[in-house]
Design a protein around this ligand. Structure first.
Ligand code: FES
Ligand SMILES: [Fe+2]
Length: 430
């Protein structure tokens, strides 16, 4: 149980807050690169700041404050130039560093004043990696963007899924170190929702949580597994500060502001051996709905189930009212780490897991439970004969709303057709 004041420290992400200061030390994914195949600007909100992400005519990405410093027009309606973005109201143009480089009327009528030299807007660096656009909003020097090994896996089809979840980011991230909810939310309750059957999966017997340089791992033994299972020996990764790594996919919980979170998923599927060598031309990005047309929370898919749990905890979960228990040891350890790291930043120090050394930022591996299943070359028949692996070859079991066009891209890449079975889409050889 936390005091109201401690709760506040964990959840508030504005620029002047301790958590806002800490999270600004890390690169955050906020969009898919492929969104800019059809867009040149996109309004985004990150950690309480309203911003515009854009791709200029030379293909460079930039991120600037949303309001034009002239008379506050909305720069998300701006037009991109060879370098940077131009306001659509009176034509002021800004480069990637936020410097005003052109004031059409002033430069024409009063060039001697060079008034633009006094105009600067807030701008942040942007980098593309893994089909995602990442931004850094913290102090100089800018750290390295983590080069997770998964981003270099070949012979795979990757997709990016975005959703906006109307609750605070920290309760979303606590889910990354909560093994028991899998049994109850996704197996027992998920089954009940899908089939109506009263049926319970293997129960958890033993848990362990460990910290390592990139976050925490959680370890489980269930009734149907033992101490030799990789779920115990390797564990799953609660990735510092706001991610979750499950092998074939990452999830990030990116704070939009104190009351809204952008869920970002990066999902890799290895193509069957028959399709090798496979090179993906472009990583699609799609938006997953969180509610149906009637406004009901979607509960059919794994992450949708998580979303409704997080939102159900309240817009900002009140941790002064909770009753933590033995299953929450990982959550306690993670909160403690966050409190300590906020103090380190307040004292001018460097927090956990900031990448600075280029030689240590090359294809950085993370622990993976049964990682060989994810990256190993297998034939289509081997995949379809595998009891669990075939599920990873479904259209998309994690979240509702995959567009037909993306499903078709997956089918084509894998050489497989997707069929519905027991409420879950399973593949079949095309
Ligand atoms: S408000 Fe942007 S140029 Fe005038
Ligand atoms: Fe979950």
């Amino acid at each position: 149980m936390l005091t109201a004041e401690q709760n506040d420290r964990l959840v508030r992400v504005g620029p002047g807050t301790p958590m806002g200061q800490l999270l600004r030390r890390y690169w955050m994914p906020i969009a898919g690169v492929s969104e800019f195949d059809t867009l040149s600007t996109k309004a985004v909100r990150l950690m309480g700041e309203d911003l515009v992400l854009y791709k200029d005519l030379s293909g460079q990405f930039g991120l600037v404050q949303r309001q034009c410093p002239h008379r506050r027009a909305d720069l998300s309606h701006g037009m991109v130039e060879t370098e940077g973005l131009r306001c659509n109201y009176h034509g002021w143009q800004f480069n990637h560093q936020g410097a005003c480089v052109h004031q059409p009327f002033e430069d024409t009528a009063h060039p001697e004043r060079n008034a633009k030299a006094r105009v600067q807007l807030t701008a942040y660096p942007v980098q593309a990696k893994g089909g995602l656009l990442w931004v850094y909003m913290g102090p100089q020097p800018v750290p390295l963007l983590p080069d997770w090994e998964a981003f270099s896996w070949d012979n795979g089809f990757t997709q990016v899924v975005l959703s906006e979840v109307p609750c605070n980011w920290f309760q979303c991230q606590e889910n990354s170190i909560d093994p028991v909810h899998f049994e109850w939310m996704h197996e027992n309750w998920g089954n009940r929702q899908r089939t109506g059957e009263v049926r319970f999966g293997a129960t958890h017997l033993k848990l362990d949580f460990k910290e390592f340089e990139h976050g925490f791992t959680y370890h489980r033994i269930k009734q149907d597994t033992s101490e030799v299972d990789q779920a115990w020996t390797v564990g799953r990764v609660c990735l510092w500060p706001n991610g979750f790594f499950l092998g074939e996919h990452f999830e990030w919980r990116v704070p939009i502001d104190d009351e809204n979170t952008l869920s970002v998923t990066w999902k890799y599927t290895r193509v069957p051996r028959e399709r090798e060598p496979y090179v993906q031309a472009s990583i699609p990005t799609w938006w997953g709905p969180v509610q149906d047309a009637q406004g009901r929370w979607i509960d059919t898919h794994v992450m949708n189930q998580d979303f409704l749990a997080w939102v159900g905890q309240g817009r900002i979960a009140d941790r002064s009212l909770e009753h933590l228990s033995a299953s929450d040891r990982g959550i306690v350890a993670m909160r403690r780490r966050f409190f300590e790291e906020m103090d380190i930043v307040a004292q001018g120090g460097e927090p956990k897991a900031v990448f600075r050394d280029p030689s240590r930022n090359v294809r950085v591996p993370l622990p993976m439970v049964y990682g060989d299943q994810i990256t190993q070359s297998r034939t289509c028949d081997e995949i379809l004969a595998h009891p669990t692996l075939k599920l990873f070859y479904s259209a998309y079991i994690f979240q509702a709303g995959q567009p037909t066009a993306v499903r078709d891209m997956v089918s084509h890449a894998l050489g497989m057709e997707m069929n519905e079975f027991d409420g879950v889409v399973i593949p079949r050889k095309a």
